[in-house]
Design a protein around this ligand. Structure first.
Ligand code: SF4
Ligand code: SF4
Length: 260
């Protein structure tokens, strides 16, 4: 596989958070913070103890792939055991050349080849605006990758805020907003679809196939009238079962946006 030049602004890491989605960081049935924390902690301890010894790392890789296999959602998605904690709340590549004492890139031992590890940059790099990237940089650190790569969420959230404020937003505006309050409110929203297959607008099956999540029990004209808030609700993995629940969510979203 051949890749073009890297994008001007690489999104995989911020000062506080890391993504790791393309390394399979979220390809687990249990994606709760406790399960993630235990998983990444164990990986980090084992990999750091190997101190970049290739034969030890290969054994660790085999061990972790076997141990984690029962907890993986789709075995068709490469899930790399070298994705761990590179900072207190920050996910990242434990064998990245920037961590190697001589700067060597040994990522051919991973679940991808070295060229893919070094050269792949996902859709978010090409389709998110600077304002939407600024929004992603204000989500809680452990949700950074899930939110950043949820393109519909970033775009519909920006559009809903702009609709409420009746103006176009710049990255500067985003940095002035009260995002901690906002995400705390979102975390309390009811009618969340907790099924492991649900990733915002997409359902991922064990087979690796995906399908679009919909709110099919709602009147079509209501969902059209409510755009882009309708898209935001689906992107947040919310699944109201009838119109009263849906209207309740619309109010909660509008209130949360007002506190920003
Ligand atoms: S999914 Fe995108 S942002 Fe996340 S680590 Fe991969 S390339 Fe980087
Ligand atoms: S070795 Fe490659 S696939 Fe594994 S965590 Fe690092 S960048 Fe991701």
């Amino acid at each position: 596989m051949r890749f073009g030049p890297p994008p001007q602004h690489i999104l995989c890491q911020t000062e506080q958070a890391g993504c790791g989605i393309c390394c399979g960081a979220e390809n687990f049935i249990d994606r709760g913070s406790h399960a993630h924390g235990m998983r990444f902690k164990k990986r980090t301890q084992l990999v750091e103890a190997a101190d970049f010894d290739i034969s030890k790392l290969e054994l660790i890789k085999d061990q972790l792939l076997e141990e984690e296999h029962p907890y993986i959602l789709s075995s068709t998605i490469p899930t790399c055991p070298f994705m761990g904690h590179v900072g207190p709340h920050q996910r990242g590549c434990l064998i990245h050349p920037s961590r190697h004492p001589e700067g060597l890139d040994i990522r051919d031992i991973s679940v991808h080849d070295q060229e893919t590890c070094a050269g792949f940059f996902c859709t978010a790099h090409h389709v998110l605006t600077e304002t939407e990237v600024a929004i992603a940089q204000h989500v809680p650190a452990d949700m950074y990758g899930v939110m950043l790569t949820n393109i519909d969420l970033m775009k519909s959230l920006r559009r809903v805020i702009e609709g409420q404020r009746v103006r176009t937003l710049q990255p500067f505006d985003i940095r002035q907003m009260r995002w901690v309050d906002f995400w705390q409110r979102v975390a309390l929203f009811p009618f969340v679809d907790h099924s492991p297959e649900r990733y915002g607008l997409v359902r991922l099956k064990k087979s690796g196939e995906t399908s679009r999540a919909t709110l099919s029990r709602l009147p079509l004209e209501e969902s059209r009238r409510r755009q882009p808030i309708h898209r935001l609700i689906i992107s947040l993995s919310l699944q109201p079962e009838h119109i009263e629940q849906y209207n309740q969510l619309v109010e909660l979203v509008e209130d949360a946006i007002r506190v920003l």
